[in-house]
Structure formats: structure tokens, C-alpha cells
Design a binder for this molecule. Structure first.
Ligand code: NAI
Ligand code: MG
Length: 490
């Protein structure tokens, strides 16, 4: 395998490590600090302030005040949009630095991080455009009344994001929240606390009023939990593990706050013998190995029609063996380290389980080097639906090949999971494509493509992959309350 173990060439000093509350950089009152690492080496990049309960309370109070008073509460919707446009411009102007910060902390390749920054700017601009287009309706009510609806902000929104796409997930949450006039308290993932702080600084530079945007780092079980339990937070928007969502939903029940969830998946990627095989091999490879499999939409269940099974799997394995794994800051690297020791251990645990339960380990399956958290691109062949590697979200570069014979069979098997985030099909037959698109239980379906996620299209999960939708117009519904106003006419 073309493996290069990382050497970290540049070590820019990290400036921003405090809490960002009310447009001020402050030390925690009752929180502590934690270390954040470069996953390629395990070296500490910085010590970062952790928010305790009192700090979260401070952030929520700042967000509440900003929500209720000028200038935010009286600002023209178009001017909210202008702030978002300005932030998008600043992201673009600082994209190189942001991408570097993101890659060092999260382990994603520098090329992928640059791609993420384009997505961040696109998302902020898309919602900037929405700010002055969020409208109510007039309603033809019975009797002598005028009824109309208003869409108003939900209020103070707590946003909890994961480490796999730190700034992109932030943009998916800030964009619609701010366009709709909410204020936010953001809790980044403890593995990747740095880039959100830099974006907070850019938001201040863009001119967002004090308290509209707050960033509190810290652990999920403390900082995150305090935000979820806080009685003055109106909504929690969460992306992460399904088990974390269950904890959040239980805690949110005490205050009946609104919740939206974007959770993981075990997405079925189905290849028929009538597909363009070159495109399908490329597509299946990208589906699982993009960002080392650390994607909620990863195509981790790869159903291949029996007729082409042998050829397909051989070609996929050939590609996997040639993948360049190494230092995420080297532009030639195709796959960086996994984000953490925890994720590395989880992936290697599933590799062992796969072997124990009788799947064929075709290629990969090992850690790369002894420093950092690198894993070989891994393929398990002849996997059965009830094996752990076919059921659980591994969140690493491990794909399960599941041979199939007919359309009905594969649709049935694709749906036998409690997840329902994404699904894909590779075929030249339009009937098969439409049937699959209709029957598969997933929030996103790709035909002859994979991982096409655009800020303009709704994104979210069926079943236990989520609640609500992000991106597109659909997100606005989840960041506004609908109010009916009825006026007696004489
Ligand atoms: P996680 O769900 O624990 O973490 C996501 C976010 O939730 C982080 O900001 C974390 O601090 C916060 N959090 C954790 N516990 C919390 C609590 N009790 N209250 C409030 N906030 C809390 O995910 P983790 O542990 O980082 O990764 C574990 C697995 O989760 C991965 O192996 C993967 O399978 C899945 N995952 C899915 C993601 C997705 O995009 N859907 C993203 C990240 C992880
Ligand atoms: Mg966790």
C-alpha cells in the first residue's frame, strides 16, 4: 500500500481558545480546559476553554438579550441577509487558513477541507438570500375576519455539531437560524473545537451584533447537556450519533423544546449488472472512502448484483490498495487519519467482529503505522445482512459487500435497517431507478452518483436517521414558529 505516515510540517500558533460569548473572548467561570490534538500525530495543538453550566447560562442569557433587543430584533430582514453575505465573503477570503485549521484538527485532507470551505460560503450565501423572503400568508377564514400568518424566529437555538465536517455543519446550522432571526449558542465537537472559534471571530468582523452568535466548547456530557437542559433555550439542533440524540430528546422533554436531529446511517449503495461499471466502481469507492468513511451518508452497505460480483469486487480492491493514506496536509494524500483514538479503536473492533462472524476480509483491515490514527481502506466480501459490520455504523473506511439477485430482493434488504439517511443505485434502466427511488426508505436517493449534497436540497433522515430537514427551503420551517393573527372586520 502506498502509505506515508505523517510528518507535520507547519505548526501555526492557535490564537483563539477561549469562550466566545456576547462578542467577547472570555475565560470559563466554572468550566476547565481540555486538550485538542492533531490526529495524524497525536500531538497537542492547543488547550481549549471548556464551558461549564454557569458559562452556558451566560451564553444563553446573551443570546436571549440579543434576541429581544435592538439592533437584532428590529433589524431589516435584508440586513440580516447582508451580514450573512459578508460572513460568506470573509470565509472565502480566509479559506486557505480555515482549511488548514480544519485539516490539522480533524484529519481531513487539505483538498477536502478546501472543498468544505466552498460549501460553507455557498450555504451562508444561500440563506443570506432567504432572509428577506420568509413570508406568511393571508388565509380565507370563515366570517368577517382577516387572518394572516407570520413566520417568526423560534428564539434562542442551541446547536450541537460533530467533528467530521466541523465548519460545514456549523454553516448548515448558522445559515438558516440567522436568516430566520434566531440567536445561537453553538457547541462544537470536543475533537474539533478550533475552526468554530475562528468563524466566530469572522462573524464579529462581519458585524453581527453582540450575543447573536455564541460559541461554547466543551464535552458533550457536560457543556452539551447543560445547553440541552437549559430552560431558556427554545430549540436544539443536533448532528451526531443516534444514541446521543436519544439522550438529548429525553432531556429536552423536560422543557418541551423543539429538536431537530441529523443522525447517522448504514446507507445501501446498489449496483446492478446493467450499470456503467467504470462509473459504478468509482462511485462506490468514493461512497465509502470519502473522508475515510467518516460521513453520515457513507455507502457502507454495497449491494452488488451476483452476475458482476467477482469482477466488481476485484476492481474495487485494486483501487483500495492504491489509495494514498498519510499526512492530511500533503496535497497528494487521498485519505488522512481517522479523527481520534476512540474512532480508530471502534473501527478495528468492527474489523475483528467481521472476521469472527465469517465475512471474507478481501483487503485492508489494519492500522497504518504506529503514530496517529490511520486505517487501511478495507473491504469485506460475502457479508450477511445480520452481521455486525452490515448493521452498525462503523464510521470508518470499511465497506461490506452484499451480493444480490433481484430488484425486489435488494429493495427489501436495503430497507432492513433502522437507519434511513441516504441510498444510491447504479443502473441504466430507468424503471429500476424510479422503483428504487420510490421504495427505498431514505431522505436522500442518488441515481448513478453519490455524496451529491447541495445547500439547495433538503437533507435529513427517515426512521432513526433523524427528524426534520436541513438545507434548502425545508430548513426554514424548523427555525421559525408559525403565528396566526386574526382581526375582526366591521
Ligand atoms: P456524539 O453524538 O457523541 O457527538 C456529537 C456531538 O454531540 C458532539 O458535539 C458531542 O460533544 C455532543 N454530545 C455528546 N453527548 C452529548 C450529550 N449527552 N448531550 C449533549 N451533547 C452531547 O458522537 P461521537 O461520540 O463523536 O461519535 C460516535 C459515533 O457517532 C461515530 O462513530 C459515528 O458512528 C457517529 N457520528 C455520526 C455523525 C453524523 O454525521 N451523523 C457525526 C459524528 C459521529
Ligand atoms: Mg459520543
Amino acid at each position: 500500500m502506498a502509505t506515508k505516515v505523517a510528518t507535520v510540517s507547519s505548526r501555526p500558533k492557535v490564537r483563539l481558545t477561549k469562550l466566545f460569548i456576547d462578542n467577547k473572548w472570555i475565560d470559563p467561570v466554572d468550566g476547565g480546559e481540555f486538550e485538542t490534538f492533531n490526529p495524524a500525530t497525536g500531538e497537542v495543538i492547543a488547550k481549549v476553554a471548556a464551558a461549564g453550566k454557569a458559562d452556558v447560562d451566560k451564553a444563553v442569557k446573551a443570546a436571549r438579550r440579543a434576541l429581544e433587543v435592538a439592533p437584532w430584533s428590529t433589524m431589516d430582514a435584508a440586513d440580516r441577509g447582508r451580514l450573512l453575505y459578508r460572513l460568506a465573503d470573509l470565509v472565502e477570503q480566509n479559506a486557505g487558513e480555515l482549511a488548514m485549521l480544519e485539516s490539522r484538527n480533524c484529519g481531513k485532507t487539505i483538498n477536502d477541507s478546501k472543498g468544505d470551505m466552498v460549501g460553507v460560503a455557498n450555504t451562508l450565501r444561500y440563506y443570506a438570500g432567504w432572509a428577506d423572503k420568509i413570508e406568511g400568508r393571508t388565509v380565507p377564514v370563515r366570517g368577517s375576519f382577516l387572518s394572516y400568518t407570520l413566520r417568526q424566529p423560534v428564539g434562542v437555538v442551541g446547536q450541537i455539531i460533530p467533528w467530521n465536517f466541523p465548519l460545514l455543519m456549523l454553516a448548515w446550522k448558522w445559515g438558516p437560524a440567522l436568516a430566520c432571526g434566531n440567536t445561537v449558542v453553538m457547541k462544537p465537537a470536543e475533537q474539533t473545537p478550533l475552526s468554530a472559534l475562528r468563524l466566530a471571530e469572522l462573524a464579529q468582523e462581519a458585524g453581527f451584533p453582540a450575543g447573536v452568535i455564541n460559541v461554547v466548547n466543551g464535552m458533550g456530557e457536560t457543556t452539551g447537556a447543560a445547553l440541552v437542559a437549559h430552560p431558556d433555550v427554545d430549540k436544539i439542533a443536533f448532528t451526531g450519533h443516534v444514541d446521543t440524540a436519544k439522550i438529548i430528546q429525553k432531556s429536552a422533554a423536560d422543557t418541551l423544546k423543539r429538536t431537530t436531529f441529523e443522525l447517522g446511517g448504514k446507507s445501501p449503495n446498489v449496483v446492478f449488472a446493467d450499470a456503467d461499471l467504470n462509473a459504478a466502481v468509482e462511485g462506490a469507492f468514493h461512497a465509502i472512502y470519502f473522508h475515510g468513511g467518516q460521513c453520515c451518508t457513507a455507502g457502507s452497505r454495497l449491494f452488488v448484483e451476483s452476475k458482476i460480483h467477482h469482477e466488481f469486487v476485484e476492481r474495487l480492491a485494486e483501487k483500495a490498495k492504491g489509495r494514498v493514506v498519510g499526512d492530511q496536509l500533503d496535497p497528494k494524500t487521498e485519505q488522512g487519519p481517522q479523527v481520534s483514538q476512540e474512532q480508530l479503536d471502534k473501527i478495528l473492533h468492527y474489523v475483528k467482529l467481521g472476521e469472527k462472524q465469517g465475512a471474507t476480509l478481501l483487503t485492508g483491515g489494519e492500522r497504518v503505522g504506529s503514530k496517529g490514527f490511520f486505517v487501511q481502506p478495507t473491504i469485506f466480501d460475502n457479508v450477511k445482512d445480520d452481521m455486525a459490520i452490515a448493521k452498525d455504523e462503523i464510521f470508518g473506511p470499511v465497506v461490506s459487500i452484499l451480493p444480490f439477485k433481484s430488484v425486489d430482493e435488494v429493495i427489501d434488504r436495503a430497507n432492513r435497517t433502522f437507519y434511513g439517511l441516504a441510498a444510491a443505485i447504479w443502473t441504466k434502466n430507468i424503471d429500476k431507478a424510479h422503483l428504487y427511488a420510490k421504495k427505498v426508505k431514505a431522505g436522500t436517493v442518488w441515481v448513478n452518483c453519490y455524496h451529491i449534497v447541495d445547500t439547495t436540497t433538503p437533507f435529513g433522515g427517515f426512521k432513526m436517521s433523524g427528524q426534520g430537514r436541513e438545507n434548502g427551503e425545508a430548513a426554514l420551517e424548523h427555525y421559525t414558529e408559525l403565528k396566526t393573527v386574526t382581526i375582526k372586520l366591521n
